[in-house]
Design a protein around this ligand. Structure first.
Ligand code: 3PG
Length: 398
């Protein structure tokens, strides 16, 4: 971005890929973290006189316009946060996009409608994606430029992330640079002890990252829904808790590898168990090796919270991804809060890996500046830690 600014952008059109994929309740944004994270790059470009054209996705529409996935409320929020008018194009590369971009003054900002309303954005066919990328690039014209700042989506080989960078002078935005720098610090040279806390519902979503982390970390702490598959793999009964029976062999292999490599694997010792999955379900604390057959664990229990906090307390580097329980239900948010608080209390380099964990930090009212870094990328940060090459980063380096 600094290189682009130094080359002079006044009057030039700059296409910015942002990740504005925020949770919505109707048209109310329930967590605007990603919109706020996009501000520094947009502000820098606008202040330098660029005509800024923002492209982004929201959710996973089926490759056609769908009002439920419109970026209009997000564009409004962006305008509020930027403290100025943000123009909104009601299509992606059509008449509205062209006239909205043509109407931009120096320093103006426009948002295009959800880029996934065009099926070519996510097409597996390079030619289709390429044709769409040409149309996106044409919006900013011959002296235009592309800034990739949507870190949350750099793991996707999609037209607005990958192909368009091949068709315009391309630059990494400040957010992408900052995220990559932090995650490289974790993968290349973490200060030790390096502790990772993983949660979330499904172990199947995290297989690649667990496999890679076992070669890097000193300690792996597992909570959330995925912990029950680990407990079962250790031979414990988990009642009606979330269990991925088809992953048991894989998890047993992880347990064996952790032992061989000397990685300390920490699991919950107690859980809050209920008979039903409900916000107001009666619950009791039970030992994690004796969950009654008719009970499911919806959060880690008080002893586990203390244990997990202690396992974070002596770390020099901590990465945390995934809630410890059903944090959307107040009664089962205590485990997630305890882990988040342990990171806040720690002097370590602490990184929160995107998605639900970043939303949980804000929803639980924890101070965002209590963490060294809160990633905007859920899947992207996990794929980075998995050691995968991210197409949206590789294309900028090429
Ligand atoms: C995310 O929410 O992780 C990013 O915005 C990417 O969204 P996607 O998983 O639908 O590609």
């Amino acid at each position: 971005l600094d290189d682009l600014l130094a080359s002079g952008v006044r009057g030039r059109r700059v296409l910015v890929r942002a990740d504005l994929n925020v949770p919505l309740d109707g048209d109310r944004i329930t967590d605007d973290g990603r919109v706020r994270a996009s501000l520094p790059t947009l502000r820098a470009l606008a202040a330098a006189g660029a005509r800024v054209v923002v492209t982004a996705h929201l959710g996973r529409p089926k490759g056609a316009p769908d009002p439920a996935f419109s970026l209009a409320p997000v564009a409004r929020r962006l305008g509020e946060l930027l403290g100025g008018e943000v123009a909104f194009a009601t299509d992606v590369v059509g008449d509205s996009a062209r006239s909205t971009v043509a109407g931009l003054a120096d320093g103006g900002v426009a948002v295009l409608e959800n880029v996934r309303f065009d099926p070519r954005e996510t097409s597996k066919d390079d030619t289709e994606r390429g044709a769409f990328a040409e149309e996106l690039a044409a919006l900013v014209g011959a002296d235009g430029a592309f800034v990739s700042d949507g870190f949350g989506v750099v793991h996707r080989k999609q037209a607005s992330v990958y192909d368009v960078a091949q068709r315009l002078p391309h630059y990494a935005g400040g957010l992408v640079l900052a995220e990559v720098e932090v995650l490289r610090r974790l993968t290349e040279n973490p200060a030790r002890p390096y502790v990772v806390v993983l949660g979330g519902a499904k172990v199947s979503d995290k297989l690649g990252v667990i496999a890679n982390l076992l070669t890097k970390v000193d300690r792996l702490v597992v909570g959330g829904g995925m912990a029950y598959t680990f407990l079962k793999a250790q031979g414990h009964e988990v009642g009606s808790s979330l269990l991925q029976a088809d992953q048991l062999d894989q998890v047993r292999a992880f347990l064996a590898e952790a032992r061989e490599r000397g990685v300390e694997l920490v699991l919950p010792v107690d859980v809050l168990a209920t008979k039903e999955f409900a916000a107001d379900a009666d619950h009791e604390v039970v030992r994690s090796d004796a969950i009654p057959a008719d009970r499911m664990g919806l959060d880690i229990g008080p002893e586990s919270r203390k244990l997990f906090a202690a396992k974070v307390a002596d770390a020099a580097t901590v990465f945390w991804n995934g809630p410890m329980g059903v944090f959307e239900f107040e009664a089962f948010s205590g485990g997630t809060r305890a882990v988040a608080q342990a990171l806040v209390d720690s002097d370590a380099f602490t990184v929160v890996g995107g998605g639900d964990s970043a939303a949980a930090v804000r929803q639980l009212g924890l101070p965002e500046n209590g963490f060294s870094h809160i990633s905007t990328g859920g899947g992207a940060s996990l794929e980075f830690l998995e050691g995968k090459q991210l197409p949206g980063v590789a294309v900028l380096e090429g």
